[in-house]
Design a binder for this molecule. Structure first.
Ligand SMILES: [Zn+2]
Length: 89
């Protein structure tokens, strides 16, 4: 899990996601499943904690070590779009 503070954290992960183009499946707002490079899906949870931090958790090995993985970047792209729509509604 990592705390999202700045978009710059995501640059490498976004580039990787653009290259690999994982499938992102929508479970519900804040919960997504992203295809892995070796098949299967990882679950990505995007949350806003009570103290206002945005946290992103992914079930892959990299994220376990606190790395910003491309699954998280792919899910966040969808999540932030949805969050914007919600605010507009
Ligand atoms: Zn991941």
């Amino acid at each position: 899990m990592f705390i999202l503070k700045a978009k710059t954290q995501l640059v490498n992960a976004i580039n990787k996601a653009k290259k690999l183009r994982p499938t992102v499946k929508f479970d519900h707002f804040g919960r997504y499943r992203v295809s892995g490079s070796k098949g299967g899906f990882y679950t990505v949870l995007c949350r806003k904690s009570n103290n206002g931090f945005k946290t992103v958790a992914c079930t892959c090995k990299g994220a376990e070590k606190g790395l910003v993985c491309y699954h998280a970047a792919a899910a966040l792209a969808l999540h932030t779009g949805l969050a914007r729509l919600r605010q507009a509604a």
